[in-house]
Design a protein around this ligand. Structure first.
Ligand SMILES: Cc1cc2nc3c(=O)[nH]c(=O)nc-3n(C[C@H](O)[C@H](O)[C@H](O)COP(=O)(O)OP(=O)(O)OC[C@H]3O[C@@H](n4cnc5c(N)ncnc54)[C@H](O)[C@@H]3O)c2cc1C
Length: 404
């Protein structure tokens, strides 16, 4: 049993803000959710504990916007997933542009044989451009602001307690979108959550400037099955240790190991070169799958090509060509907390499916649906899904595989 200190704190917190939709976490899912809710006319506040937008995609240096196509020549993710992909390369500063999708009007056969509809972008420009788009849409962004607690009344969140330089205060809310990536708000509000069975491998992605070129070094490339990694240097683990990602001290250790392996990798690859130095290291932990919601529906990898009446959009599998998944609305909320919805890497899926739905474009797909839904309702268990779908379609989203 841990020790307890009694601070005799006053149980009264000043209400600093009120809004229709509070989005917690400014990663790609939070950007999409805020933008979608604001474009629906809602008064939106976005909380971000760091000081730039984009989360793992920018501060975490994961600068590859994985495909919005199925690899067989068909685009499957539309709406904000496509808009944000294009925003990420607005200034054209990175490589890996799929000409057959962006510059030419090639046939489905040509696209199927060519590059997938994915891009590599510049983290800093994407973060700044996303901020501008949100401000233009009327979103109020609070940086350096942690959502630290919630107040519940009759199965709904009524206030979210925030902490920043101004102290500990509250936001009065109508609905909340949890885009923390770690289901922090779901957890605080008492929604059913679960963690990854296996934990996360250590990653240390960093950018280096080497003799005139900026190079993304994907150290701790990805988590793959044992058999594959035995014979593949690219997939070699840095450490055998796995990280859960929801323990404060463990996350600090993760960052320290990440720094140590960044330096090791840099020295082993570039020491002795004329001009070579690291230019950016990650400023948030590169953890892939930590905690997620167990919602009204848990989507599985085997439900590929399955028609869901309640689909809010589609995603592909970044790992292989072919699979398409419709995402049922019920993966975004649970019944315990009626005005709370999730998006991004903490939606309700099985562990195998998690590796698919956590990719950047998929976070934009679920973010857009969550934002529109949050602007429409403060009870997702009774929301009229047809109305939500009509609004998504009006915005250019395609819901079913039969639509493409
Ligand atoms: C090493 C690695 C490699 C990857 N490679 C790729 C890739 O090549 N391509 C790809 O598409 N995807 C990749 N991914 C996955 C992808 O980057 C992420 O899953 C995706 O960006 C997650 O977006 P998100 O918005 O759900 O969450 P996040 O990006 O994690 O954003 C959550 C945000 O919420 C903020 N936050 C958290 N808690 C609070 C709180 N309590 N209060 C306030 N703010 C809070 C955080 O600061 C953060 O900005 C990779 C991931 C990792 C770790």
């Amino acid at each position: 049993m841990g020790r307890i200190a009694n601070f005799e704190e006053k149980n009264i917190i000043n209400v600093a803000y009120e809004c229709d939709v509070l989005v917690v976490g400014g990663g790609v899912a939070g950007i999409a959710a805020s933008l979608a809710a604001a474009r629906s006319g809602a008064k939106v506040i976005l909380l971000e504990k760091g000081y730039m937008l984009g989360g793992l995609a920018t501060a975490g240096l994961v600068t590859i916007y994985l495909p919005i196509c199925d690899g067989m020549g068909r685009q499957v993710s539309f709406g904000l997933a496509e808009e944000l992909l294009k925003l990420s390369i607005k200034h054209g500063v990175e490589s890996r542009y799929p000409d057959e999708w962006l510059d030419r009007n090639d046939s489905i056969e040509v696209r199927a044989k060519g590059k997938r509809f994915q891009v590599q972008f510049n983290a800093q420009l994407f973060a700044i451009d996303a901020e501008k788009v949100l401000l233009d849409a009327g979103v109020k962004i609070l940086y350096g602001t942690l959502a630290a607690n919630v107040k519940m009344e009759e199965g709904k969140i009524t206030y979210v307690v925030i902490e920043n330089k101004s102290g500990r205060r509250a936001v009065e809310v109508r609905s909340v979108v949890d885009t923390t990536g770690d289901a922090d708000i779901c957890h605080l509000a008492g929604a059913k959550c679960t963690t990854h069975f296996n934990g996360n491998i250590l990653a240390a992605w960093y950018y280096a400037f080497v003799e005139g070129k900026y190079i993304l070094n994907m150290v701790g490339f990805s988590d793959v099955p044992e058999e594959q990694r035995k014979n593949d240097v690219k997939h070699k683990y840095l450490l055998e240790r796995k990280f859960g990602g929801i323990d404060g001290e463990e996350i600090s250790e993760f960052m320290q190991f990440s720094h140590e392996y960044t330096l090791k990798d840099f020295l082993s690859k570039y020491e002795g070169k004329n001009v070579a130095f690291p230019v950016t290291i990650a400023t948030i932990p590169q953890l892939r799958m930590t905690r997620k919601l167990v919602g009204e529906y848990v989507l599985d990898e085997f439900e590929v090509h399955k028609h869901f009446e309640s689909s809010i959009g589609m995603i592909s599998d970044w790992r292989k060509r072919g699979p398409v998944f419709e995402i049922p609305f019920e993966t975004l909320y649970g019944k315990e907390v009626k005005n709370l919805i999730t998006a991004g890497r903490c939606i309700s899926v099985t562990d195998n499916m998690w590796d698919i739905t956590r990719a950047i474009p998929d976070c934009a797909v679920t973010g857009e649906a969550a934002g529109v839904a949050a602007a429409m309702s403060d009870d997702f268990t009774t929301l009229d899904i047809k109305k939500l779908q009509m609004e998504l379609v009006r915005r250019g989203v395609k819901l079913h595989e039969s639509d493409i």
